[in-house]
Design a protein around this ligand. Structure first.
Ligand SMILES: NC(=O)c1ccc[n+]([C@@H]2O[C@H](COP(=O)([O-])OP(=O)(O)OC[C@H]3O[C@@H](n4cnc5c(N)ncnc54)[C@H](OP(=O)(O)O)[C@@H]3O)[C@@H](O)[C@H]2O)c1
Length: 317
């Protein structure tokens, strides 16, 4: 099979495309022929060597994809062959074929298109656990989402709005800010300027911060008893934070990794069904994904790293 892989950490120059060995499936595994593969920020961190990864030579990046089951292990009924599954936490996904442990497979409702499913998959499940397990905001609460036009940001903002929460955002370009407003945000601030920060300091119950370097500013924006939900560093690692001044204002920093919540087949099923409901009820819409051939993975990495994308980047084998 063909795959996108790398042999050493570094810039997008380390990525190669070519023939590698087919995955070997075990008794409780599915062999999935990928139709679309999700490219995520974590893939960039892994390529740079700054994130955990499963040992594999050469290293095949990617954890998210959608496709058709083409073979099953001995412990699984052959009737499964031909079904479409989504997966968001399975390594070595930047390839034509992926070994998916059956308990990691998310079976799609028939009314959900496979391209939409992979467009919202990992980012949507991230938005879901950030909103429902970590943020747990009450209806009427005032919250701010950094990178509001990004993949997680778009879904999170609309999910919170559908849950009755007042959503504000930050984005870098007028186009991105306008998009977020159209999708229900009350106001979207320019993330590349800070002339608005002083006037809004202390006014938010929660800031959802996936940009990272913005953590000190996010702490300034929340009020007493407020919380920052820190979930990523698309803009770079946050500086070290002194907790003592936060104590005086009862401010908290919460963090979370989706993988600590996707711990079983039933967790994946329950969480994905909760997410899909927002889409089937048309409470959330997302931008069309930008699709690159898997063979052009280098260009896809550069596009995602540039921050120019609005929404999801997919690779197509
Ligand atoms: N904790 C978890 O389990 C989990 C799971 C999935 C993703 N994440 C994290 O969630 C964050 C968002 O991921 P995503 O998939 O939604 O990515 P995305 O679609 O690329 O969105 C990231 C956003 O970050 C903003 N940004 C600010 N500074 C940036 C910079 N220097 N370079 C690139 N972008 C920059 C961009 O918005 P502006 O241009 O408008 O500023 C961009 O829209 C990432 O940090 C990712 O690691 C966490």
């Amino acid at each position: 099979m063909k795959a996108l892989y790398f042999k050493e950490f570094g810039t997008s120059d380390v990525l190669q495309y070519g023939i590698v060995g087919d995955p070997v499936i075990g008794k409780m595994d599915l062999l999935v022929e990928t139709h679309y593969i999700g490219l995520n920020f974590a893939d960039i961190y892994r390529r740079r060597g700054t994130y955990h990864l499963e040992p594999h030579t050469p290293y095949i990046n990617g954890y998210e994809g959608v496709g058709k089951i083409i073979a099953v292990g001995g412990g699984i009924s052959a009737e499964q062959i031909g079904r479409t599954v989504l997966f968001v936490d399975v390594p070595f996904a930047n390839a034509e074929h992926v070994r998916v442990p059956q308990d990691h497979a998310i079976y799609l409702p028939p009314e959900l298109d496979e391209k939409l499913a992979v467009t919202i998959g990992l980012q949507g499940l991230t938005a879901d656990f950030l909103a429902h397990d970590i943020g747990k905001n009450k209806a009427g609460a005032k919250v701010l989402v950094t990178g509001i036009s990004g993949g997680v940001g778009q879904i999170l903002a609309q999910m919170l709005t559908a849950d009755g929460i007042e959503v504000f955002g930050m984005a870098s370009s007028a186009e991105k800010r306008e998009l977020a407003i159209q999708r229900g945000a009350r106001e979207v601030f320019n993330s590349r300027e800070n002339d608005w920060v002083e006037a809004h300091a202390g006014t938010f119950a929660t800031v959802y911060d996936g940009v990272g370097v913005t953590l000190p500013q996010s702490l300034e924006l929340i009020g007493h008893r407020g919380k920052v939900v820190f979930f990523g560093m698309a803009g770079g690692n946050p500086p070290a934070i002194d907790l003592v001044p936060l104590l005086a204002q009862s401010k908290s920093i919460l963090t979370g990794d989706l993988w600590d919540y996707l711990t079983s087949f039933s967790e994946r099923k329950h969480r994905s069904q909760r997410l899909f409901r927002y889409f089937l009820k048309q409470q959330i819409t997302v931008s069309e994904p930008t699709i690159f051939p898997l063979a052009e993975g280098k260009a896809a990495h550069e596009f995602l790293e540039s921050g120019k994308n609005i929404g999801k980047v997919l690779l197509q084998p």
